[in-house]
Every structure is written in C-alpha cells, then in structure tokens.
Design a protein around this ligand. Structure first.
Ligand code: 5GP
Ligand code: ZN
Length: 112
C-alpha cells in the first residue's frame, strides 16, 4: 500500500520522532502550524477516524495517553489543541489516521 505514514513507521521515509512504542508513533509535522506540532499515529494502518471499530479502538485511548505525556514533557502547561481531520470535508490529506498535537500559541475557535 502506498501510504506515506506507513513508510514513516517502517523508516522508509525519515521523520523527527517525539515518541515511539509498539503500537504508536509520534513525529514532528513537516509543515508546523504552531511552535509545537506533532502527529500521533497508530503504527497499524487505519485510514481515518471513520474506520475506528470495536476491534481497533484500544490504540485510540493509548494515543491520548501519549498526547498527555508529550504535553507534559514539552511543557505545554497552558494547554494545547488536538485535531483530527476526517475525510474530504474534514480536510484530511494523508489517509492514515493521525492526531495533530499543537501547542505553544493561542488558538481560536471555531477553527477554519
Ligand atoms: P491532514 O491534513 O491529513 O490532517 O494532515 C497531514 C499532515 O501531515 C500535514 O500537517 C502535513 O504537513 C503532514 N505531512 C505530510 N507529509 C509528511 C511527511 O512526509 N512527513 C511529516 N513529518 N509530515 C508530513
Ligand atoms: Zn498507512
């Protein structure tokens, strides 16, 4: 499958890693939209949030544990934003489920 994030997981495309374990990888976004901008992904390919099921959803709670850990480690004590873009209308460009962890500046709401 021609998936750039699967290639990043396999090390075929280089990335600046922020965290890694057996099921999750976190790496810095190539085009950061905030002073801290990390992508947190399941190592196993899930195409989008719309493909989360009872069988594969355990990794999602783990991703949020990793996000909280990274937020503390990176000193984002004033808060941060976690974003998932799902599908065409959601603005998803890479079809491997990922959560953006962004911090170090004030965000506005609603986004976009
Ligand atoms: P999406 O728009 O799908 O929610 O977000 C995809 C994100 O992946 C974008 O923020 C984009 O900058 C990032 N991205 C795309 N290709 C690469 C890559 O090869 N390496 C890294 N580190 N980030 C990438
Ligand atoms: Zn993939």
């Amino acid at each position: 499958m021609d998936c750039i994030f699967c290639k990043i997981v396999k090390g075929e495309i280089p990335s600046k890693k922020a965290y890694e374990d057996d099921s999750v990888l976190a790496f810095y976004d190539l085009e950061p939209q905030a002073p801290v901008h990390i992508l947190i992904i399941p190592k196993d390919h899930i195409s989008s949030c719309a493909d989360i099921t009872e069988e594969n959803s355990a990794v999602i709670s783990h991703i949020f544990e990793v996000a909280a850990k990274l937020g503390k480690e990176l000193g984002l004590d004033n808060g941060y934003r976690i974003v998932n873009n799902c599908g065409e209308d959601g603005g998803q460009t890479v079809k491997h489920l990922h959560f953006h962890l962004m911090g170090g500046r004030q965000f506005t709401w609603p986004a976009g």
